[in-house]
Design a protein around this ligand. Structure first.
Ligand SMILES: C[S@@+](CC[C@H](N)C(=O)[O-])C[C@H]1O[C@@H](n2cnc3c(N)ncnc32)[C@H](O)[C@@H]1O
Length: 392
């Protein structure tokens, strides 16, 4: 495993395991999962796989904090293990093109953010698109956004950095910065090919907003998606033809499932993510055999889906990829729907263990396949994929 020099090693909380040898990181993650499952009385299969991803230079998005001191000095980066913001010059976790974008953006921010007297702190996300497009999302307070729009030179120079195909997104609504011939203002949100998923070993564009959710790295995501699709197709008996993709986001798994010939109902609460999924599906010719539903899954979503799509558990597979809180109360309605196969993808093993224990005890599901995908090297985090089959 290639070791990389990082001048912030040991201080930056972004890579809290940077000093732990790579194989020891994997062993610790594995042990953590095994211990959690044991504590919850979960019967895991004796053999399960661990999938590595690139240890360095693979992050396709970078989320960081910008802080403006009273003196007007600007710091930007990640927090230290002691809770102070480290003014990062670079980060070896980023894809090379994203490293360049970060350094360029940093020069702009040092000049321009210092003049925003209303800004104390803000969040920034940078992305590099499919064809090296540059994207930035500034999540600043309304007052500082107003101030930025009134600062002609700052807007013009930032727009020049992303031109001609990139975008500057601003605020929670992810509106875009534009010049209407007279002044700088915010226009409606705009989708771009800011991420990629994988279909039959090929990366395909996922349309989304810079500020929208995606997995952290394209190459890591490829390992994850391949693992999920393989587990569905080859992890046990012949899979059902119909799949519910719950918490589908921008369609990271929906598109590969649809490409593999399944009929998919994709469900998500973020309507902007679903706009992206519609565009990606249309560009791949996948609009048939695909239902896209905007709904809050925790609020009685599953019984409503069951009714609306006449879902029958024995002919159904369900893929779930919830946020860190897990399935919570939805685990009961999912168990009651009783899909033949359930694949659970999770970045938070505690809620995964809680939900899987309930599915095992109350609904008689058994884990038939399991994998750990090391999507977050140099950190204690990882992704787990579990396939559960309904037993009578
Ligand atoms: C871990 S992400 C997974 C997204 C997608 N599967 C992927 O791989 O990119 C979890 C998703 O759950 C969605 N979500 C959160 N709460 C929700 C809810 N109450 N109902 C429906 N979707 C929700 C989020 O918007 C987010 O897209």
């Amino acid at each position: 495993m290639k070791e990389v020099f990082c001048q912030y090693a040991g201080r930056c909380s972004g890579c809290s395991w940077i000093d732990v040898p790579h194989q020891d990181q994997l062993a610790r993650k594995r042990e953590r999962l095994e211990r959690l499952f044991e504590e919850h009385g979960i019967k895991a299969p004796p053999l399960w796989s661990v999938h590595e991803t690139r240890a360095w230079g693979s992050r396709s998005r970078f989320d960081f904090t910008v802080e403006r001191l009273n003196s007007g000095e600007v710091r930007m980066g990640l927090y230290s293990t002691l809770g102070t913001l480290i003014d990062l010059e670079d980060c070896p976790q980023l894809e090379p093109a994203l490293q360049d974008w970060y350094r360029t953006f940093r020069q702009w921010a040092k000049r321009s953010v210092g003049s925003l007297s209303n800004l104390k702190k803000g969040s920034v996300r940078l992305r590099i698109g499919e064809n090296a497009e540059r994207g930035v999302w500034l999540d600043f307070s309304n007052l500082s956004i107003k101030e930025l729009l009134e600062t002609e030179e700052s807007c013009r120079s930032l727009e020049a950095l992303v031109a001609p195909r990139g975008v500057v997104e601003i605020g929670q609504q992810r509106k875009i910065l534009l010049f209407d011939g007279e002044r700088w203002r915010l226009g409606g949100p705009s989708l771009g090919p800011w991420f990629q998923t994988t279909i039959a070993n090929k990366l395909v564009p996922v349309w989304m907003h810079v500020g929208g959710f995606s997995q952290p790295s394209r190459t890591g995501n490829q390992v994850l998606v391949d693992c999920v699709v393989d587990m569905i197709q080859n992890g046990g008996e012949k899979p059902p033809r119909k799949w519910l993709d719950l918490f589908c986001g921008n369609g990271n798994y929906t598109l590969p499932l649809r490409a593999a010939g399944f009929s998919v109902v994709a469900v998500e609460s973020d309507e902007q993510a679903l706009e992206g999924l519609k565009k990606s599906a249309a560009s791949l010719g996948f609009l048939t055999d695909l239902e896209i539903v905007a709904m809050d899954i925790y609020r009685d979503g599953i019984p409503e889906l069951r009714e609306r799509f006449k879902l029958l558990g024995e002919d159904l597979g369900v893929l779930v990829n919830p946020p860190r809180s897990g399935l919570a109360a939805a685990v009961k309605s999912l168990g009651a729907l009783r899909p033949k196969v359930l694949v659970y993808v999770s970045c938070f093993p505690d809620s995964l263990a809680r939900d899987v224990a309930q599915l095992q005890t109350d609904f008689n599901y058994k884990i038939t396949q399991m994998a750990l995908v090391d999507q977050f090297p140099q950190t204690p985090h990882f992704e787990t994929v579990v396939r559960l089959d309904a037993h009578s």
